[in-house]
Write a protein that binds this ligand. Structure first.
Ligand code: ZN
Length: 353
């Protein structure tokens, strides 16, 4: 079997392929916009050698499992206790990842589209979220934490994570333009850096842009220096195109600890979550996404959807029906920064307009 160990850094990805019989291929680098090249090369390697290929990612790389799984590639996650310490601005190198993963294959976690990137760590995720409740309350009062807006008006915020990623981001933008609906895009730095023209289109069409980290890591695994890199490098990539720094951050998977929330607040940024997850990331079909989104929407809801990180054609197809049905139910659409303002006014007891 081939192990394709994939590392990320501030420029993109590096791939090292090693075989259980000792063979290895020359490492290669690829940009974050070349996922299709990666999928094709791994497919060719399997076909040419007649051997299975398993991609190995670490827990700080949450952007490739979706497209690889969709292409039928086996994806294994190596957790930090199997790996050496990372630098603050990258995962462990692809060579290190291959070297440490190969003898520990039975301790790697096999991922699936249905369970998601955090398979096997969901209890850890939930425990960290429970432990964060006190800090969440404190930050809410400071206007630096939001799950949903004030339930004072039929207002809903549509949000799209993990892009910008053509052609799906463009598909989402086309629908939003047709219906004249504003939305919020939580962009990952690797994709913002790789697709500046798409990011420019999001901004020029009047949508709001937030930070969704550089490489989509599981945040409780990061040191403060690593989190600072994830925030600042992504802000830089967005600022290069839009001229302004994002003021909001959405943690990948909603993962957080009390420390992570305080560190984000130290950047002057609000942590934004959601109360409505139609599970488009699991690709349950267009009708299910529409039904989930509409059924779970209440006054002030923040809806989590995705324009990147995999094949988002179901999301694009669902979006017109979601907008049409919510409009028929009397909802108006707001960006998350407007929702945060209304929420702050609600908490302060002043009427929101
Ligand atoms: Zn995400």
């Amino acid at each position: 079997m081939w192990i394709a160990a994939i590392a990320w850094d501030s420029r993109g990805y590096e791939v090292v392929c090693t075989h259980s019989d000792g063979r290895s291929l020359a490492p290669w680098r690829m940009g974050a916009g070349e996922t299709d090249v990666l999928v094709r090369r791994l497919g060719e390697l399997a076909a040419e050698t007649g051997c299975e290929v398993a991609a190995v990612l670490d827990s700080t790389n949450g952007l490739l499992d979706g497209p690889l799984l969709a292409a039928g590639v086996t994806v294994l996650r190596a957790d930090p206790w199997l790996l050496p310490q990372r630098p603050e601005n990258a995962s462990v190198s692809a060579e290190q990842l291959a070297r440490h993963a190969a003898p520990a294959l039975n301790r790697l976690v096999r991922l699936s589209t249905e369970v998601g990137t955090l398979a096997g760590r969901l209890d850890d995720l939930r425990r960290n979220i429970r432990d964060s409740a006190d800090v969440e309350r404190e930050l809410t009062l400071r206007g630096l934490y939001l799950v949903r807006g004030a339930p004072t008006a039929p207002r809903v915020a549509l949000t799209f994570d993990d892009g910008p990623q053509p052609p799906h981001t463009d598909g989402v933008l086309d629908v939003l333009r047709e219906f004249q609906v504003p939305a919020t895009f939580f962009c990952v730095g690797l994709h913002a850096d790789a697709h500046p023209a798409t990011l420019e289109r999001i901004a020029s069409e009047g949508h709001h842009i937030g930070n969704h980290t550089w490489s989509h890591p599981y945040l409780p695994d990061l040191t403060r220096d690593e989190l600072d890199f994830q925030i600042e490098a992504t802000n830089r990539a967005i600022r290069r195109v839009t001229g302004t720094d994002p003021r909001m951050l959405r943690p990948p998977y909603g993962s957080r600890t009390p420390d992570v929330l305080r560190w984000i607040a130290d950047h002057g940024m609000a942590t934004v979550l959601w109360d409505n997850d139609p599970c488009d990331w699991a690709m349950p079909g267009t009708a299910a996404i529409v039904d989930n989104a509409v059924r779970q929407t209440g006054w002030g809801s923040v809806v989590l959807m995705h324009d990147g990180g995999g094949d988002r054609s179901q999301t694009v197809r669902a979006l017109s029906d979601i907008i049409r049905q919510l409009t028929e139910d009397g909802y108006q659409f707001a960006t998350v920064d407007e929702t945060l303002e209304h929420h702050a006014a609600h908490l302060a007891g002043t009427p929101a307009c």
